[in-house]
Design a protein around this ligand. Structure first.
Ligand code: ATP
Length: 255
């Protein structure tokens, strides 16, 4: 469980996050949505410790990240998996080497043990028989699967994904969403995703936090987002005609 309390973060005179409080539960896929510039990236970077808040706390299963000792911080870093926008794979390394990287970096496992774990996670993301390929030889969706395999290879408690669907076609995007959701539930991971993808909001938003100008303007589930009258959410999420129709159909169905 991640608990965020009264989080403030700014740069110079510009206050970006203005007192955000929320929580993210294990086994659930939580999404951060909001207009460009609303503070999603600053929020995600604060969660993973790349930004230090001026005020407020972020606790990971009761442990406040700004109070970690060096050893606790090292331990916590190993509990975090990250899927970056654009996958961020090492181009000169094979799929196997990419996925093995965190194990080499953080564990003292012997090659055989590491390979067993790498093969296990590659199988889990449906990427068997690609061990010796290079990222350039893979499709965007396959690269995302490698990035997910690398993010879960250390068996993380917390998984953070920055725009995991960017650059993917709608079908592949749905498959990647489903994969992240399955893995989250299966391994009881606390997963937080920054997204612009409204399909994801409808499909996998077990918790959605809507940011507006650095403030949490709304939170709820993907079912609740269909029903909400919150003006800012409706304006943002239902700006497209397609989603307006989807919402109307949902509301008629559930009358
Ligand atoms: N390191 C920084 N220094 C100064 N200002 C920053 C810094 N990082 C972000 N900002 C400002 O914080 C605000 C929020 O930026 P952020 O990147 O979090 O938005 P976002 O919601 O992720 O947008 P997008 O959807 O376009 O990625 C912006 O006005 C941005 O200019």
């Amino acid at each position: 469980m991640i608990e965020v309390k009264d989080l403030h973060k700014g740069f110079g005179d510009v206050q970006v996050l203005k007192g955000i409080s929320t929580s993210f539960e294990p086994g659930k896929t939580s999404l951060i949505i909001g207009q460009s510039g609303s503070g999603k990236t600053v929020f995600l970077k604060s969660l993973i410790g790349l930004h230090t808040p001026e005020k407020g706390t972020i606790s990971f299963d009761g442990r406040i990240n700004t109070q970690f000792t060096t050893e606790e911080k090292r331990q916590w870093r190993q509990e975090i998996g990250m899927v970056f926008q654009g996958s961020a794979l090492f181009d000169s390394q094979t799929v196997e080497e990419n996925v093995m990287f965190p194990l080499k970096m953080f564990t003292k496992q012997v090659e055989e043990e590491m390979l067993e774990r790498v093969n296990f996670v590659l199988k889990r993301v449906n990427l068997e028989n690609s061990n010796h390929k290079f990222p350039a030889e893979l499709s965007g969706g396959m690269q995302k699967r490698v990035a997910i395999a690398r993010a879960i290879v250390m068996n993380p408690k917390y998984l953070f994904c920055d725009e995991p669907n960017s650059g993917l076609d709608p079908n592949t995007a749905i498959l990647i969403d489903e994969l992240i959701q399955e893995i989250t539930q299966e391994y009881k991971i606390t997963t937080v995703i920054n997204t612009h993808d409204m399909n994801s909001v409808m499909q996998i938003g077990q918790k959605i936090v809507f940011l507006k100008n650095g403030v949490k303007a709304w939170e709820g589930t993907s079912q609740e987002i269909f029903k909400t009258d919150n003006e800012a959410v409706v304006k943002f999420v239902y700006s497209s005609e397609l989603f307006k129709k989807v919402r109307k159909a949902y509301l008629n169905e559930t009358k």
